[in-house]
Design a protein around this ligand. Structure first.
Ligand SMILES: *Cc1c(COP(=O)(O)O)cnc(C)c1O
Length: 406
């Protein structure tokens, strides 16, 4: 049965992703089950979406309650679940207002338009956006040039907006661009996700924020992957003293349903007027209700605070493996439940390793070809961490033995 689905997938769906040969039948808590009934510990979480794992009681409850109320009304009416979610996001971050869309790329595009409205209102000399090398901010035409990974953007046209690229951690380079080029905004992920799980230092983020302030430039945090508790705070910038002008969110915020958007601080919160921007489903009341359920779980049930200890356990375990197998592991980095293990292996060897781990019932992503990307649910349990570390240790030991034999 599984193979049949794989064949049909190949025939009817465009191959825009390197799909794994797995047809998923159901999912429960921290596990996915394929059509053969085999279980996989899910350290992939739909790419940082399922922060509460699968079928969380809070989410199920909200699905049923809102599903029985209404699914869609339109932005011409007030939807209490959306208002409630916006209020809670503002109260948990900074004074301002929220704009809702359906995805991460739409969140980024909304920010680009907001930057334009802001600079039109005060300083038309300023133009363009600074982003970091290896960034990922979306794949739509409006965002593709902000994503500085050549394999992703090179075949597509740029929208009419300057984009400046600067390396992470290079404050001098950022300062030079702000002096010489007069951009209107600086956009960065606090932990580069698809760029290889690279956390920015607190110093760099604070210096970048200060430079933006002194040059009167908007500072935008793309928290699409790092948000919703993934790094141990609701948003990763909250580990620092930075207050961004705009925070982008998506992925985990809809509890498994499509939902994205931005939090706009006081400088920009009133720049959009009716007609300036919008989207039919932004937000789906059902997605918004699930967003509230996720916040309930994170804060009222204590999922966020209790995840910190387990994130540390996972991080320590991966660090020990790095020390034990220096011929195979180059290092571990990340923040909270967003971790990357860089391997000293050829990309094909990494693929083989991932396949062996998958065979043993653990689902892990690979990014930048040689980095195992761990994006577990915040509900990951101690026993699951121990199991993961045991399996990894055995696989790394086998690889280290193989290497030293050569
Ligand atoms: C996934 C992601 C996006 C794009 O989100 P989509 O919902 O896929 O459009 C943008 N920025 C970051 C940091 C992401 O991880």
């Amino acid at each position: 049965m599984s193979d049949e689905w794989l064949n049909l997938d190949e025939t009817y769906i465009m191959p825009t992703y390197n799909r794994l040969p797995l047809a998923i039948e159901r999912a429960e808590q921290n596990y996915l089950y394929d059509t053969h009934g085999k279980a996989y510990l899910d350290l992939f979480t739909g790419l940082a979406v399922n922060v509460l794992g699968h079928g969380h009681p809070r989410v199920k409850q909200a699905l049923e309650a809102q599903g029985n109320t209404y699914l869609h009304i339109s932005n011409y009416f007030v939807a209490p679940p959306a208002v409630q979610l916006a209020k809670r996001l503002i109260e948990a971050t900074m004074p301002g207002k929220v704009f809702f869309a359906n995805s991460g790329a739409e969140a980024t595009e909304a920010a680009v338009k907001l930057v334009h409205k802001w600079r039109n209102a005060q300083d038309e000399e300023k133009n363009g956006i600074v982003v970091l090398s290896n960034s990922f901010h979306g794949r739509t035409l409006g965002t593709i040039r902000l994503t500085r990974q050549p394999g992703i953007y090179q075949d597509f046209p740029a929208v009419d907006m300057p984009v400046y690229e600067t390396p992470a951690e290079d404050t001098a380079s950022l300062a030079r661009i702000l002096e010489d080029e007069q951009p209107a905004a600086v956009l960065m992920e606090p932990v580069l996700g698809s760029g290889g799980i690279v956390p920015l230092s607190q110093t760099f983020m604070e210096q970048a924020s200060a430079l933006c302030k002194s040059h009167n430039v908007l500072f935008i945090m793309d928290e699409i992957q790092t948000g919703m508790g993934r790094t141990g705070e609701l948003f990763a910038y909250q580990h620092t003293n930075v207050t961004p002008d705009i925070v982008l969110f998506a992925k985990g915020v809809g509890g498994g349903l499509p939902l994205g958007g931005l939090i706009a601080g006081n400088q920009v919160k009133d720049k959009f007027q009716p007609g300036d921007h919008g989207t039919t489903f932004g937000p789906s009341p059902l997605s918004a209700a699930l967003g509230n359920a996720v916040l309930d779980a994170l804060f009222e049930d204590g999922v966020l605070s209790s995840s910190r200890e387990r994130a540390e356990k996972l991080q320590n375990g991966l660090q020990s493996l790095t020390k034990a197998y220096p011929s195979v592991v180059d290092g571990v980095r990340g923040l909270g439940m967003m971790l990357g293990m860089k391997l000293k292996l050829a990309p094909e060897k990494v693929k083989e390793l991932r396949a062996r781990i998958l065979d043993r019932g653990i689902l892990i992503d690979v990014t930048q070809q040689t980095i195992l990307r761990f994006l577990p649910p915040l509900t990951l349990e101690n026993a699951e961490i121990e199991h993961l570390l045991t399996v990894l240790e055995e696989e790394l030991a086998a690889l280290a033995g193989g290497l030293s034999d050569e």
